[in-house]
Design a protein around this ligand. Structure first.
Ligand SMILES: NC(=O)c1ccc[n+]([C@@H]2O[C@H](COP(=O)([O-])OP(=O)(O)OC[C@H]3O[C@@H](n4cnc5c(N)ncnc54)[C@H](OP(=O)(O)O)[C@@H]3O)[C@@H](O)[C@H]2O)c1
Length: 278
């Protein structure tokens, strides 16, 4: 704990310094006081979880990146991890690593229902809503379909999964960890759909936190920035696609901004991004 504190700020410490659901610190606080800011490594996500003791935890988007690192670390800490993935081959691969892996596309109601049935009525100590995608481009030209898909995965899917497992979380006096982003703090150009989704997720988290406060379910948001995961190259490819497939006016008006955005994601991917396993 002491080592990790060197990576935290006061708001993070405020969020972490409780482990008793009956503690007076659980009386309603101003919005945002329980949010974790400036997460430097995914380890902090895990620290939040460890405060609840061992038990059953669901991680969505566990095939790669932060989700996979989180699932591995929680498994090593002794949690029983239910890893949600989209592809059958990932179910098999993660099964070989000691997880109970299940198909869980957060936009597919049948898969959510099947995962809920698989978990049954067992108590849960955690749900990590980590699944996410990026859709990019100048808002003037972003397709409505791209925007819908972005919100469907990053916001509506998170709510659908939360609703499905909330009884288990209530039974386990569990904790919901929503994975936000620095893009829910800073509105950067060329990432409008993603920024919109993370701001929405952040405020949805705030509401949920207040609604569940008296029910023993803690709701936390982490807001990472610049972690070296496949998301960076996926985002670079998104920028390239938008630039390539857009009308000539898009390149004319926004080409320079898109190039800057590509430089940024490439830099994180190759140089400055933090290792999610650290
Ligand atoms: N990397 C960063 O710097 C950074 C910064 C801030 C926030 N974040 C957030 O961290 C979270 C994880 O991202 P990451 O960086 O670890 O990226 P990643 O490696 O690309 O992981 C994204 C995960 O989400 C899954 N996913 C995508 N669409 C899904 C859907 N419809 N249903 C279920 N799962 C779906 C992916 O599954 P497939 O493999 O099947 O596509 C993958 O497992 C995201 O919410 C992201 O916004 C990342």
């Amino acid at each position: 704990m002491r080592d990790l504190r060197t990576h935290t700020n006061s708001r993070l410490l405020a969020a972490l310094e409780f482990d008793d659901h009956d503690s007076p610190t659980l009386v309603p606080m101003p919005l945002g006081d329980r949010r974790i800011a400036n997460v430097r490594t995914v380890g902090l996500v895990l620290l939040v979880m460890t405060m609840s003791g061992r038990g059953r935890v669901i991680v969505t988007g566990a095939s790669t990146g932060i989700g996979e690192a989180t699932a591995l670390h929680l498994r090593d800490l002794g949690f029983s991890v239910l890893a949600g993935v989209r592809r059958a081959e990932d179910v098999e691969r993660l099964g070989d690593h000691g997880f109970t892996a299940m198909r869980l596309d957060v936009t597919v109601p049948d898969q959510i229902a099947a995962a809920r049935a698989q978990v049954g009525n067992q108590p849960l100590v955690g749900l990590i809503n980590n699944a996410g995608i990026t859709r990019s481009g100048p808002l003037e030209f972003v397709s409505v379909e791209d925007m819908r898909e972005q919100l469907e995965v990053n916001v509506i899917g998170q709510l659908a999964v939360t609703q499905a497992f909330i009884d288990g979380l209530r039974a386990g006096r569990g904790r919901i960890v929503n994975v936000g982003s620095i893009s829910g703090v800073l509105a950067t150009p060329m990432t409008g759909p993603y920024v919109t989704s993370k701001f929405a997720l952040k405020r949805m988290t705030d509401v949920l936190r207040r609604e569940l406060l008296q029910q023993g379910i803690d709701v936390v948001m982490v807001e990472p920035g610049g972690i070296k995961t496949p998301l960076m190259s996926k985002t670079t490819r998104e920028f390239e696609r938008v630039h390539r497939d857009g009308p000539p006016e898009l390149a004319l008006r926004y080409g320079a901004m898109i190039r800057t955005a590509i430089e940024h994601t490439t830099k994180i991917d190759r140089h400055t991004g933090l290792d999610p396993m650290r």
